[in-house]
Design a protein around this ligand. Structure first.
Ligand code: PLP
Length: 527
């Protein structure tokens, strides 16, 4: 385009070009960095990250700051600056804010929820992934990266013993991974063209999904988003070890069939979020076969433990599922975010999600396009960190790390059992639940006032621990009791960390007990 046409096409741009064509020929933009600047700033960042990783054990797990304190540090209400600033000091500022005011789930005594610390090669992988920036929506836009995702997905299937020959895709996390399985089940078992007619079909209100009471809240979101409504979930009772009761499942399905409803899906959990319970997956498969239902396994927490020799055998029956959700950002220790859905039938994800618009010129035959296998269109390269980590540690490496996490949680259960002031509640996979019980109340835990006080006391221990920054646990409510819950998905955690957790719990428990104990529960004054 010469200057004259530019001027007529766009007067504003034309003025610029008219004044000096170089400004658009050799653009100096406020976002670019020279190679020298990039090296300097980048090396500094790598140094800072290395220092952070090396110091994890000694820095506070969290500083327990309030939302108001954090917002003040950030100057959270500041408007968007009109002018930019230099990249080096800016990145330094962000590094300081984050390094000094974050909670570190990679800290060896972070036992909360189910959140892993990132593997170093995964951190570097994310940098490389962003630099190449392939769009894994389509193979054409990400030739090598798309093949690496396919390979990573296949390796994940191999690691947990899921049959080859199916399909799979990485997702943002376990919630979406589970939802893809739910939607695949809905499409193939609803009995009408649910994608075309949605929930306006006459049969639509009759669909029923079955899941145990311990199922994670992704299922409410899936029922809601799919238009079925949360009412379509039948909650199945669990036994004393939190596993779904197969007899109750059978009864519920038969009752619904008799009433004219249409069961379509059973969700088995391979490691429940509260206690690590594994449903009797082979039996659930049997029930699904009897009634022609889709069998989905939520393995977001536990599935990878199928690779470890000391995991319950039931877990390996996830290989019988139609779909499985897994979470590489949990027990593969990948940086957030990475989830994964595996399906047995290679056409299941396409059946649920594929549309082929005419504005896409993508080869549909020789290569896999991930945009038609899930809810995302443009997709980032989360596969790289997963691929690198699987390749670095290998199958045997993962089997060992996961087995050690399980063993450490078991050791903690043993420690709690031996300690006069700790009461172990349960242990499954790498979760142990327990609570602090003052010595003089040990024999009285079934009294209602004592039970209520122990709930309050353990809640207080958890809050104090969170603020203290030396260890972090979460909680569970089991049989009406508020209990502490420690979960290890952390290859940095050692036996000493687990022993230290017991000491910290007892110290905080004794401290809180002296402050909180109501008069009527105080030991009778001696003499
Ligand atoms: C963590 C978890 C989820 C949700 O996974 P996100 O990665 O947090 O989205 C679902 N189910 C179970 C059993 C989980 O442990």
């Amino acid at each position: 385009m010469d200057e004259r046409t530019a001027r007529t096409a766009d007067p504003a741009a034309g003025r610029e070009v008219g004044r000096g064509g170089e400004r658009l020929s050799r653009r100096e933009t406020p976002l670019d960095l020279t190679p020298e600047e990039f090296v300097e700033i980048g090396h500094r960042l790598v140094d800072d990250v290395a220092e952070l990783l090396a110091g994890l054990r000694t820095r506070p797990l969290t500083r327990g700051e309030t939302p108001a304190e954090i917002r003040a540090l950030l100057d959270a209400d500041a408007p968007l600056p009109e002018e930019g600033m230099e990249a080096g000091p800016l990145l330094q500022h962000a590094t300081e804010l984050l390094v000094e005011h974050s909670l570190y789930n990679a800290h060896p005594r972070f036992f909360g929820y189910i959140t892993a610390g990132p593997a170093p090669i995964g951190i570097l992988g994310d940098l490389l992934a962003s630099a190449v920036n392939p769009n894994l929506g389509a193979w054409t836009l990400s030739p090598m990266a798309s093949e690496m995702e396919q390979q990573a997905v296949r390796w994940i299937a191999e690691l947990v013993g899921f049959p080859s020959g199916g399909d799979g895709v990485l997702t943002s996390g376990g919630n979406v991974a589970n939802m893809l399985g739910f939607f695949a089940g809905r499409v193939t078992r609803s009995g009408w063209d649910v994608r075309e007619r949605g929930m306006r079909a006459p049969d639509a209100t009759s669909l029923r999904a079955y899941a145990s009471r311990g199922t994670h809240t992704w299922i409410q979101k899936a029922a809601d988003l799919s238009g079925l409504g949360v009412d379509s979930i039948r909650w199945i009772e669990t036994d004393a070890t939190e596993r779904m009761r197969v007899d109750a499942l059978r009864d519920a399905i038969e009752e619904d069939e008799t009433a004219g409803h249409r069961p379509f899906l059973v969700v088995g959990t391979g490691g429940s979020v509260s206690t690590g319970a594994v449903d009797p997956l082979a039996e659930l498969r049997g029930v699904c076969d009897e009634h022609d239902l889709w069998f989905h396994v939520d393995g977001a927490y536990g599935a990878f433990a199928a690779a470890a020799p000391n995991a319950p055998d039931d877990l390996r029956d996830l290989a019988l599922a139609d779909s499985v959700a897994l979470d590489p950002h949990k027990w593969l220790y990948a940086p957030l975010e990475a989830g994964c859905t595996l399906v047995r039938d290679p056409s299941a994800l396409l059946a649920a999600f594929s549309y082929r618009p005419d504005y896409y010129h993508f080869d549909q035959e020789e290569a896999k396009n991930f945009f038609e296998r899930g809810v995302q269109n443009s997709r980032g390269f989360r596969a790289l960190k997963v691929w690198l980590q699987l390749r670095q540690a290998g199958r045997a490496g993962y089997a060992r790390m996961i087995a050690d996490d399980i063993e450490l949680a078991r050791r903690f259960h043993e420690l709690a059992d031996k300690h006069p002031l700790l009461e172990p509640i349960g242990h499954a996979l790498s979760i142990t639940t327990y609570r602090f019980v003052p010595a003089d109340l040990v024999g009285r835990t079934s009294e209602p006032e004592v039970g209520a006080y122990l709930d309050e006391l353990n809640r207080e221990i958890q809050s104090r621990m969170e603020r203290g920054g030396d260890a972090f646990v979460s909680n569970a409510v089991l049989a009406g009791r508020y209990v502490l819950r420690m979960c290890i998905v952390n290859f940095r955690t050692t036996l000493e960390d687990v022993e230290r957790l017991a000491e910290i719990t007892v110290a905080l428990g004794e401290e809180a007990d002296t402050m909180l104990r109501p008069a009527e529960l105080r030991p009778a004054a001696v003499g």
